[in-house]
Design a protein around this ligand. Structure first.
Ligand SMILES: Cc1cc2nc3c(=O)[nH]c(=O)nc-3n(C[C@H](O)[C@H](O)[C@H](O)COP(=O)(O)OP(=O)(O)OC[C@H]3O[C@@H](n4cnc5c(N)ncnc54)[C@H](O)[C@@H]3O)c2cc1C
Length: 378
């Protein structure tokens, strides 16, 4: 049996898990398609930074990130400011590609790391570990596998025992996110401010914030509204956002899932991490942050238990419990953001009256660092 711990998936969760395995002083073999530049950015809240701190990478990532000092909520209908939440603890945006670079620079430094630029085709639990067949790389025997291969990977179905059809049906929604990154030099200064902006409309919302030299913009709406001229009706009459009506701007469309967490995370010495473990819509900007917390917890469990099965059991028990409430709140946040008609007007009125306080209360629990994690570095 090989002593390696294998990771499948080279997204944020897979790269963070590989960092965790190496930080726990284990041999790591990473499987994933050849690296493609990740697009767009993510916001990381204080819990994400606390996890990066446990992994010893907070300063490296922060040096490539943009510290945001406020969340501003506005009405998409009349541009009125509804709420402004000052960000006291570290809250910052970072390009996904920059986040990936920090992980990759860390993991290639060690001779305990190997990489196969290919997908995992088949896995099976053996008596003393996991047998993996990689596309074009044949059979590998490892002590354990962390499946961080996303919502559509093989890991979620295989480890949880659900069928792929049942997974797809349980996650489907009528919502879509349209994403674009635009060079800040092509936009008015408004887009360069170190602010996380949320615009609430009638069944539609928009988020934008700067990442490095670009603006990261996400418009969320029902699929039925995302027809060819959606930019025109959404942006044309809104003063600061009217630049986004330009038909030359390219938007990538991503279907949004509903949250799903109540599945089994572990089977023998195979365990889930990242979106493969905890699917959630991006309405709380927590998917990547939770993946970082998975990695920090994995590192600590692998340090605490020599035996991979015990380490994975401790990790799965802790993280599946910790993430469930966050995922539930992400769904509720999405419903509030998607309110329309009278419900939308009431939402805006409530935010106008006490938005700062309401948001602080709602987010405090989400942003709190996982109490199970012990910070080791900054
Ligand atoms: C519109 C939008 C905005 C978001 N904004 C934020 C935000 O602001 N903050 C935040 O924290 N989160 C945010 N998220 C969530 C975040 O993007 C994800 O939670 C995060 O990237 C974790 O992804 P992952 O690595 O688990 O999965 P993925 O990124 O899906 O990566 C999975 C990887 O596995 C690989 N793979 C698949 N099958 C196999 C196989 N058989 N073998 C090997 N590899 C395989 C894939 O090629 C891919 O590289 C957002 C999401 C969306 C959709």
């Amino acid at each position: 049996m090989g002593q390696d711990i294998a990771i499948s998936g080279t997204g944020v969760a897979g790269l963070a898990a590989a960092t965790a395995v190496i930080a726990a002083d284990r041999d790591c073999v990473l499987f994933g398609p050849p690296a493609q530049k990740m697009r767009g950015g993510v916001q990381l809240a204080p819990n994400g930074w606390a996890a990066l701190s446990v992994l010893g990478l907070a300063q490296d990532v922060l040096s490539r990130a943009t510290r945001l000092h406020e969340i501003t909520v506005r009405s998409l209908t009349n541009s009125a400011t509804l709420a402004r939440l000052p960000l006291k603890d570290v809250y910052a945006s970072v390009a996904r590609a920059d986040l990936a670079t920090v992980f990759e620079q860390k993991i290639v430094q060690t001779d305990r790391f190997r990489r196969h630029n290919t997908t995992v085709e088949q896995v099976s639990q053996t008596e003393d570990g996991v047998a993996i067949i990689g596309k074009d790389t044949g059979l590998h025997h490892v002590a354990g596998l962390v499946a961080a291969d996303g919502v559509a990977g093989f890991g979620r179905a295989f480890i949880s025992g659900q069928s792929e059809t049942a997974i797809r049906a349980s996650l489907a929604t009528d919502k879509v996110a349209l994403r674009s990154t635009i060079n800040l030099s092509d936009l008015p200064n408004f887009f360069s401010q170190a602010i996380s902006n949320l615009w609430l409309g009638d069944g539609v919302h928009i988020v934008h914030y700067p990442i490095a030299d670009s603006a990261n913009i996400v418009a969320t709406m029902p699929k039925t509204l995302a027809h060819s001229e959606w930019q025109d009706w959404l942006f044309r009459h809104n003063t600061p956002l009217q630049f986004l009506a330009d038909p030359a701007i390219k938007w990538a469309s991503t279907p949004l899932p509903r949250s799903s967490t109540g599945i089994c995370w572990r089977h023998g010495t195979m365990v889930l991490a990242g979106d493969a473990a905890h699917v959630m819509p991006p309405h709380l900007a927590q998917g990547a942050g939770q993946s970082l917390q998975d990695a920090a917890c994995l590192m600590q469990s692998l340090t605490q238990y020599a035996d991979v099965s015990s380490a994975f059991a401790a990790y799965a028990r802790h993280r599946s419990g910790a993430v469930a409430k966050i995922a539930q709140k992400a769904d509720i946040s999405g419903k509030i953001m998607a309110s329309s008609g009278l419900a939308g007007k009431l939402r805006n009125a409530a935010l106008d009256l006490g938005g700062n306080h309401l948001m602080q209360e709602w987010l405090a629990e989400v942003w709190a660092a996982d109490p199970g994690l012990r910070s080791q570095n900054t």
